[in-house]
Design a protein around this ligand. Sequence first.
Ligand SMILES: [Fe+2]
Ligand SMILES: [Fe+2]
Length: 483
Amino acid sequence: MKKTKRILALLLTVIMLCTGSMSVSAVTQPTSQEAWNSYWTTADEEISAAVMLTPGSDDSERYVSWYSESDSGSVVLLDGEGAKIDEFTATAIKTHQGDYRLCAVIDSLEDGASYGYYCTSGGWTSETYSFTTISENRFTAMYLTDIHISADKFPENSIRDTAYNFNLMLETGVAKALSQGKSIDLVISAGDQASDGMRDEYKGLVANRYIRSIPFATTVGNHDKKSADYRYFTHQPNTADMNMRSYVGTDYWFVKGDVLFLIMDSNNTSVTDHRRFVKKAVEANEDVKWRVAVFHHDLYSARIPSRESENALLRLMWAPIADEFGLDLCLLGHSHYYTISNVLYNNKTVEATENGGKVTDAEGTVYMVSGSVNNPRNDDDVGLSDNIGHEYLTDEKIYNLIDFSEDSIVINSYTVESDENIGSLTIEKTSNEGGHNYKTIGRLYYPIVSVIGFIANFFTNIGDYYDNRQLGFKIPLFEGLFG
Ligand SMILES: [Fe+2]
Ligand SMILES: [Fe+2]
């Protein structure tokens, strides 16, 4: 029965994405730069509202956010036929521009079902969008990173054109998944969504229709904190109470299928905060089999020598958390170089990975970095560390489809322009225990590392605090050093 529902949901999604009909958005699907440019000039109201769908605590929830001049509004939930099911009142956060970012939490969704929804506030009503929920703990996520929607990459229409590149990647990924008989149930971005962290860039980020139908899990990159807008832009479940912050974001977790996603802000170098967050999340989800972390800073690629001292510091902070809590996979960004690591424990290879290969019951963590959407790097003048199992250098855009099921995580990576499968890896687990098979019981050096993290946090974030002091942000540098 569940299988039938899943097939029906998939078919419905195919029909909706292909035709734009039924209760789905009436926005014309842009498939070319010309069509995108036309959409950009005619859909200004929709683009300015920047409707965004983000994951709820589990797949029975969705968060919906949008900008409004009004501080009140709601989301109307529809069934697959377009009939009203329920209405969810939004909460309002006042932005530093004086308007509001509204957020409503849709809950009580059924497995393997299709829904429609629209937002309404201050006399404005959005288009109607659609989404589906998963069943049987199987789903496909599209992982990408360093989208870099930018106001100044091109001399003219830079946000429009960098947003087009992101739309093209989503369009390509959705089509690839459909060609494999799958749908994309989650989009994961490992930070640097916007080059200058500005609202207009975030509006460009979610101007495509996919992000209103597929939940979009983002984390904070170093570029996202260049301004204050990310602070209001996204809403997430299970956010962490941090003693130190990068002021625009925080850690949060959600469960989808049999996977615990731990999304963390690596601009915040307070390792005790992150460790406490992971510990709480893991304790609340001990029966969830897979543990996948997402944070921005690459740890192992070594292709940018000037960053190696920073990478060494980051490894000191993050690897013990991955080791202690048995994280199966870490999805990262920042370097803009595509790499998949070996299975690592204590910063050392415990099992080599190879392209197209499989690891079973790994005794460590696999770290992966995808390329950048708008700023691919391809300078092959420095080698990789011994801990990397597979890399691919290209000027093309790279996206990754990751199939999650109870038994395995299957990664496949593709280029957008030439449509090549440039990498794959299967991570298989035969036990039902959460996390990988080899965990330690904590580290005595956390207090020492937290002091280093405290100092690093000062230098990492002080400039941005200073730049944004007119917005009234305080500098919580001395709060709760040891958490
Ligand atoms: Fe970046
Ligand atoms: Fe970055």
